[in-house]
Design a protein around this ligand. Structure first.
Ligand code: IVH
Length: 674
């Protein structure tokens, strides 16, 4: 008994510590321990909870890591409907708003001006100081329960601070994706040849509805709270309640201001219309609220929105300038992007010289011509875009743009596949940006992890003719590296060591590294475990390839094409001769089988002896496939503790075999390892 008690105490203690450090780091931006120390505490908590599932609380800091899968978001009715705001676009509208209010309450009141965060509205319910539920706006009457995903957002407290909070209340705010996270995700997507996310708001909306909360956790969403709702009266004003919320541990906007009269509002709008460019997140306007609750009550609501608040939307800033020329950029994947070269012009605080024209279709649709006066806009996207042409100013001799047909970097012909918007340079093996891109991918962390080699050195190695393909890296001599610009003895040694060490990298990562188009990290792993060595993969037929889970026709074709190419095969043979790993290791082979080939699994709940991730890895190791949700095609559901009753019912209804952890472990014959 004493033992259990002390375990419980430790879990409680770790929870407190982690909550405190999380608050210091994310809400106050003032950490007091190292990331490493934090991780150690978290690991300890996760271990204790895994070994003693009865100690896992829904508000445990371990929930921030994610891992739970939501098959379907439950639709829940809002306790208080989520209204929207009336929009205004001009100073006159603001004057009208103030006049209407002054008429009703007899005077111009105190206003609270806030930034209008461009994200996704969220309603959080707290009971006894614990986060109980997070709902999206939905249609305003009812929204989706996204609690599991919301728990991964570090600025949202799972447990409140102090004692002064109401027993039960709701708080609303905006979940948003900071620009930094957005740019990072798009950089990764670009490297993986995946379509880019359009803007932070879309990225945020997509993320909050993801099934896998571990992915949500990795996306660094943030949240600012701006509205407290409670059956009991807390204070007499909005400003006061927001300040209380701050004391309870919420992150509230640091940019909120209490102002008086129209002049105060206009000054706030003008300030942020310019300064918004410097914010680390996007806003699309400001929100103006009557501060005093008594006044709010007198003003009341229309059918759709409160009369005591209004939003002022910034205009997308737009300027006119001359299109001097169109140049073409070649990306790492060979994709061509036309770029408008503009007569430099000031837009939203920065000088714009260039704007993306995206692809041939956009140029055609806009009918832009060299010499045209074009309108450039900075909207939701990061890169300014051309939105139109001032036809009145078109020079007489301006003629339509003829899109290039050969690559500006290597003169190889361009190709445009049906269904694709972009043109591509076909000279994959010798087009400079493509070759450098391949090398950058090859040495990246998730592939060969040669971290002593950066973009700049790669460019030098390539331009000096020393490295023209990934295979050439393994022929590099120290003296050759030393001869490069700004290369010291130590960096040269590191590089040689890094290259040598990469020969130990396991097959699945080498396979990812050689850069077959559309083959990401996960697919590479699947292929490696399915075919076991490069020769088997090379001779795989189309049918064999698409039999592998998640490999579609397009990917199967790119694999076949890749191995039909002599240059690729030559590079692989060379890499083999240098000792790179092109087959699964003895250990990996011993541990794999194709017992589960062709079966799909849904893993749900908490398990006594394995984490959910471990179970999933076992499934993959034995050739099975993990899927997110139960459907008619699911072969098995592996059910742990706390699997939702709805899922259970669904599996039963569809007649899907439900396995316990033990049954599954026996099935794959891993009992002795467990
Ligand atoms: S107050 C009745 N404050 O804008 C009060 N909303 O157009 C309604 N938003 O759905 C919300 N920043 O998603 C409020 N500081 C802020 C806001 C804000 C962004 C969003 C919110 C709302 C929409 C209304």
């Amino acid at each position: 008994m004493g033992m259990e008690n002390s375990l419980e105490n430790r879990v409680e203690e770790l929870t407190k510590l982690l909550d405190e450090h999380n608050y210091n780091y994310y809400v106050l931006a003032n950490p007091t321990i190292s990331d490493y120390e934090f991780d150690m505490l978290l690991q300890e908590l996760i271990q204790l909870e895994t070994a003693n599932p009865e100690l896992l609380k829904p508000t445990s800091p371990s929930q921030r890591v994610g891992g739970e899968i939501t098959q379907q978001f439950r639709n829940v009715k809002h306790k208080y409907p989520m209204l929207s705001l009336g929009n205004t676009y001009s100073e006159e509208d603001i004057v009208d708003f103030d006049e209407r209010i002054a008429k009703t309450i007899g005077d111009t009141p105190d206003y609270v001006c806030e930034l209008k965060y461009d994200g996704v509205a969220i309603a959080l319910t707290y009971e006894n100081g614990e986060l109980k539920q997070a709902l999206t706006r939905g249609d305003g009457e009812s929204g989706d329960d996204v609690t599991t995903n919301v728990k991964t957002i570090k600025t949202i407290p799972l447990t409140l601070r102090g004692q002064d909070y109401p027993r039960s209340f709701e708080i609303r705010g905006e979940i948003f994706m900071p620009l930094k996270s957005f740019l990072e995700i798009n950089k990764e997507r670009e490297e993986a040849d995946e379509p880019l996310l359009a803007n932070p708001r879309n990225a945020c909306a997509g993320t909050i509805k993801m099934m896998d909360s571990a992915v949500v956790a990795s996306r660094n969403l943030d949240c600012a709270l701006y509205h407290v709702l409670c059956d009991d009266e807390l204070s007499d004003s909005h400003y006061q309640d927001i300040d209380s919320a701050k004391q309870w541990g919420f992150k509230v906007s640091e940019y909120t201001e209490k102002v008086r009269g129209v002049a105060g509002i206009i000054a706030y709008i003008d300030k942020w219309n310019i300064k918004r460019e410097q914010l680390p997140f996007e806003i699309d306007g400001v929100v103006i609220k009557v501060n005093n609750y008594k006044h709010q009550k007198t003003l009341g609501f229309t059918a759709k929105s409160p009369r005591w608040a209004i939003s002022y939307k910034f205009k997308a800033q737009k300027v006119a300038t001359k299109l001097e020329a169109i140049t073409y950029q070649v990306g790492r994947t060979g994709a061509i992007t036309p770029v408008a070269n503009l007569n430099p012009v000031l837009l939203a605080g920065t000088t714009v010289k260039r704007a993306s024209l995206h692809n041939a279709d956009i140029i055609e649709k806009l009918d832009v011509r060299i010499g045209d006066t074009v309108f450039v806009e900075k909207g939701g996207e990061i890169i300014p875009k051309i939105v139109g042409v001032d036809l009145d100013k078109r020079p007489l001799d301006a003629h339509a743009v003829t899109y290039i047909s050969i690559c500006p970097e290597c003169n190889a012909p361009l190709q445009r596949l049906t269904g694709e918007a972009k043109h591509y340079c076909v000279n994959e093996q010798a087009c400079p940006p493509q070759v450098k891109g391949k090398i950058e991918h090859f040495i990246s962390r998730k592939a060969m992890d040669i971290d002593s080699l950066g973009e700049e050195t790669i460019a030098q190695l390539y331009e000096s003719g020393l490295v023209k393909s990934i295979a050439d890296l393994y022929e590099l001599k120290k003296e050759q590296i030393l001869a490069l610009d700004r290369m010291a003895e130590k960096s040269a040694n590191n590089l040689i060591d890094g290259i040598k060490a990469s020969k130990q990298v396991p097959f699945e990562r080498v396979l990812f590294g050689i850069g077959i188009r559309h083959i990401g990290e996960t697919t590479a792993k699947k292929l490696a475990f399915c075919f076991k060595d490069i020769d088997a993969l090379r001779s795989a037929s189309f049918d064999q390839l698409i039999a592998v889970g998640d490999i579609g026709e397009r990917t199967a074709n790119t694999i076949i094409e890749f191995f039909n190419n002599e240059t690729n095969n030559h590079i692989i043979e060379r890499l083999k001769s240098y000792g790179l790993c092109f087959h699964l290791s003895e250990e990996e082979l011993l541990n794999t089988s194709d017992k589960l080939q062709g079966s799909t699994f849904v893993v749900s709940g908490v398990f006594a002896n394995h984490s959910r991730d471990e179970i999933k890895k076992l499934i993959e190791k034995h050739g099975g496939r993990n899927v997110g949700s139960i459907s008619g095609k699911t072969s098995y559901v592996i059910a742990g503790d706390k699997m939702g009753p709805e899922k259970f019912k669904k599996a039963q209804k569809l007649n899907i075999t439900i396995l316990t952890e033990t049954e599954f472990i026996e099935m794959v014959g891993e009992g002795e390892n467990a």
